[in-house]
Design a protein around this ligand. Sequence first.
Ligand code: SF4
Length: 233
Amino acid sequence: MRRGDLLSDAEVRAVFAALAARLAPRCELVHGSAFELLVAVVLSAQASDAQVNRVTAELFARARSPQDLVRLGEQGVAACIRSLGLWRAKARHLVALSQRLLAEHGGEVPADREALMALPGVGRKTANVVLNVWFQQETFAVDTHVQRVSNRLGLCRTRRPIDTERALEQRVPPPYRRHAHAWLVLLGRYTCTARRPRCEACPVAAWCRRHGLPTAPPPARARTPAGSDRARP
Ligand code: SF4
């Protein structure tokens, strides 16, 4: 059994068709506007979506716009988000990015990666999530789940998130590009978990390269014509 093989283009298509059939794409960060989504994604660094949702329930009750957040100030924001890691830096970034949105974008969240990444506390992954979830762009935000699942499955063999993003941009076929990020995140969060992947319950186990090629060659008596002897369950 060989290891390290990448999925073929046909297999990539089959994987995403299976994910589309089994998983409703969704963002699990609670938000009601582009600004709230941006804030939630900034807060999600080194925190789970559930932890972020707990603090944004209080934060968004007090501040739903850049103006509100600037008015609340760094200390007011910090008081709401203190249960999260990196809370001091996050509070500072949220106030600073709100000021920048007001000064440079009329208080609106820009639908542009470069403009988003110019905001304090906003990196490429955050920008890609906002562009994908709110602005419905075909971006591929690579978080820890997407990085792990993409490599286990055999979508790519990459170490750096930027290389994974480029591989996904090249490999994910058109009908599935819009929701590929959400499907890979959900697969990684609930099935292909870091320590104990639940391969027995995985909708794409038939194609997964984690344990090598997914099926052994058929026995000689069942062998089919050349080029078509790799059966799929
Ligand atoms: S078969 Fe297992 S390792 Fe492969 S994607 Fe599914 S859960 Fe992850």
